[in-house]
Design a protein around this ligand. Structure first.
Ligand code: ACO
Length: 348
């Protein structure tokens, strides 16, 4: 590659991993005693089942398995990476982030060829993968990195209120991880543009507080000196109808923004990869934009909402089943807590 040639960033490898344990909607009723029904959940969300990781497994482990898959697909070693970007809302610890835990799992700090690849954590929930992809794209196009690993991984099952009280939120989410390698190329292909947005006035519409750093101490103490976290702080709170409404407006808006900016018509796009929050949201968006259903792949029925992981899992599955092939023009769109949202257009 010479300095005169423009550097493009393309996705050179995809991978995913979901834990083996399948939890169906009926399992939520029969195994956890939640007052819900298969019909209620399917009708409102399209979700039939999700995966739950076993105790002892966290987001870095799920992410590392997806990353190994993506690295193998890209045909590079972990030591070839210049940066790791890890998107999750379910990190192992408050700090450090899961990125360094994943970096360690990839064996990068061991042996005479240790390569202490930097690891960056992204805290943008369902838009986390697109925020990470945007960062990777910028790093590669600027020449600062040749290969960037972008991982989205979630272990929601540990932090769901798996009782009737929490059913609105807990019926939606599942565990899983997806990863891509973003690499430099001088070919005329790859990520054409990334578009991000945020509206912090809606931060509390969908949030999981756990603690409040403005309080002293940040978690209330009981008389025994132990921290006490109330259920409303411990588990995610969501105004589902507000999320639904804003998701439709922002997803259509940020997709149009990408198309207008890049002079791409919706008809030019072969496949639309939408964040898998709720099948009904995506069907609504597709209907508004008159997108044919066969151009909008989905897998939420099998995995539920895996937040930062939905897009890279969907991409990896589409590569594996042959739907996504080199030469395809695709759009990625996401919306999530924050509120945050984003889109990208890629010539695969
Ligand atoms: N099973 C049975 N009943 C339930 C369930 C359940 N799983 N969950 C809620 N209900 C009940 C409620 O308790 C309520 O009962 P009440 O009337 O006696 O109080 C009733 O159903 C209606 O509750 P709503 O919350 O108003 O239900 P709604 O029709 O809005 O559907 C849902 C809830 C599916 C969450 C919907 O609002 C939605 O899809 N919103 C979008 C949110 C979303 O997709 N979030 C994903 C995470 S965010 C992200 O990834 C960006």
């Amino acid at each position: 590659m010479t300095a005169a040639q423009p550097i493009n960033a393309y996705i050179s490898g995809t991978g995913f991993y979901v834990p083996p344990r399948i939890v169906t909607n009926d399992d939520l009723v029969n195994g956890y005693g939640i007052e819900t029904t298969n019909e209620w959940i399917i009708q409102r969300t399209g979700i039939e089942a999700r995966r739950y990781a076993e105790r002892g497994v966290g987001s870095a482990e799920l992410g590392a398995r997806a990353a190994e898959d993506a690295l193998a697909d890209a045909g590079i070693a972990a030591t070839d990476l210049d940066l790791i970007v890890f998107a999750t809302l379910s990190p192992e610890y408050a700090f450090p982030g899961s990125g360094v835990l994943l970096q360690h799992r990839l064996g990068l700090n061991e042996g005479p060829n240790a390569r202490h690849v930097p690891a960056l954590d992204v805290r943008n929930q369902c838009s986390g993968f697109l925020y990470g992809l945007t960062t990777a794209n910028a790093m590669v196009r600027s020449g600062a990195a040749r290969h960037v690993l972008v991982v989205g991984a979630e272990t929601h099952s540990a932090a769901l209120d798996l009782t009737t009280r929490g059913r609105t939120v807990s019926s939606l989410f599942g565990d899983g991880a997806g990863a891509v390698v973003v690499s430099a190329t001088t070919e005329d292909r790859g990520i054409r543009g990334c578009y991000l947005g945020a509206d912090g006035s809606q931060a509390e519409t969908l949030c999981q507080r756990v603690w409040d750093i403005r309080e002293r101490p940040f978690i209330p103490l009981g008389e025994d000196g132990w921290g006490r976290v109330s259920p409303e702080h411990m588990y995610a709170h969501m105004d589902g109808r507000m999320v639904f409404k804003h998701a439709i407006a922002k997803m259509t808006g940020v997709l149009k923004q990408a198309c207008d900016d890049l002079h791409v018509g919706l008809d030019d796009i072969d496949l639309f990869f939408f964040h898998q929050a709720n099948l009904r949201i995506n069907q609504y968006v597709a209907e508004l934009l008159k997108l044919p259903a066969d151009k909008v792949p989905h897998n939420i029925e099998r995995y539920g909402n895996t937040t930062a992981a939905t897009l890279p899992i969907l991409l990896a599955e589409a590569v594996d089943d042959g739907r996504l092939r080199p030469g395809a023009k695709i759009a990625l769109v996401a919306f999530g807590s924050g509120f945050t949202w984003g889109s990208a257009i890629i010539d695969w």
